[in-house]
Write a protein that binds this ligand. Structure first.
Ligand code: PXL
Length: 290
């Protein structure tokens, strides 16, 4: 089944409230002209940073979804995973990659595990090992600084020098992915700025995009960031243009939301910024790092 519209298999949960996972992935990629085929790993009333939520685990159904897609002969231009709640789910993403690798899809693993120096509540320390194995199968990974540290077995730092981070990123790339993008890196020169650093192994180049830091913590911004990266790369953008687009999209989303007295658990007001994804690409802000 070939399609003129690019198609991505998205292996994430579906959380009813909070603009995370599939409720971020689907609108962003659809707006960017990419078809999303969701492979929901779980359905939640709201994401797991709420104190209470109702949770329906779909892990046991994932192999049947994969089998049916194989039977249909569906072809994917991308395979994209995010928040995974168990060892089994991580292994199922690997099975999905194996089952559909013949079309050489762009494999993107967002190794969602934690932030601000800590693992998220449902994440068990053993899952870090499984995630290390999974990133070995990816073309692109998008950890935040905390996740990058866990993946290479270091303590998450409050600050990191550029040379040390470049060294970490090369180590991550040696684990498999040709493109590594680390988000939420504090700017060593200004506590009012935050940066994203990207590396492309093919040409051995590092890129940086920075933006203003606002003191707000909205769940799902990592999912929105990685989704814009997926859409942008599948539209044919280069890595620095893709990070530029993703950073500016998140930055607008945070700015628009921050002005309201609004429960941050609800994530950014995605609906207010989605249309900016169709505006002409402004690629004026990325820098190359020597
Ligand atoms: O990637 C964010 C996310 C996705 N899905 C669930 C979550 C979170 C963050 O807390 O709880 C269920």
């Amino acid at each position: 089944m070939k399609s003129p519209v690019k198609r991505v298999a998205a292996i994430h949960d579906l959380s009813g409230i909070g603009h995370v996972s599939l409720t971020a992935v689907i609108p962003i990629l659809s707006t960017m002209g990419i078809q999303v085929c969701p492979l929901p790993t779980a359905v939640l009333s709201a994401h797991s940073r709420y104190n209470e939520f109702h949770f329906v685990d779909l892990t046991g159904h994932v192999p049947a979804f994969i089998d049916h897609w194989k039977k249909l002969g569906v072809r994917f231009h991308g395979i994209y995973s995010g928040f995974l709640g168990s060892h089994r789910q991580i292994r199922m993403v690997e099975e999905m990659i194996t089952a559909f690798r013949h079309d050489d899809p762009l494999v993107v693993v967002d190794p969602v595990m934690g932030d601000d120096g800590k693992l998220y509540g449902p994440m068990k320390p053993e899952m870090v090992n499984e995630m290390r194995q999974l990133i070995g199968r990816a073309d692109l990974i998008t950890p935040n600084l905390t996740e990058a540290a866990f993946l290479i077995g270091k303590e998450p730092p409050a600050q990191i020098g550029t040379e040390e981070l470049k060294d970490w990123i090369k180590k991550l790339s040696e684990m498999g992915p040709g493109m590594v993008v680390v988000t939420s890196v504090p700017d060593p020169d200004s506590d009012k700025r935050t940066t994203v650093i990207a590396y492309n192994r093919q040409d051995n180049r590092f890129w940086r995009v920075s933006c203003d830091y606002l003191p707000a913590d909205y769940p799902g911004t990592g999912d929105c960031f990685a989704s814009v990266m997926v859409g942008s790369l599948l539209q044919g953008d280069s890595l620095p243009v893709a990070i530029d687009r993703a950073v500016h999209f998140i930055s607008s989303g945070v700015r628009i939301t921050f002005g309201y007295n609004y429960d941050p658990n609800e994530g950014i007001m995605l609906e207010r910024v989605l249309n900016t994804l169709n505006m002409p690409v402004n690629n004026g802000s990325y820098q190359i790092l020597d």
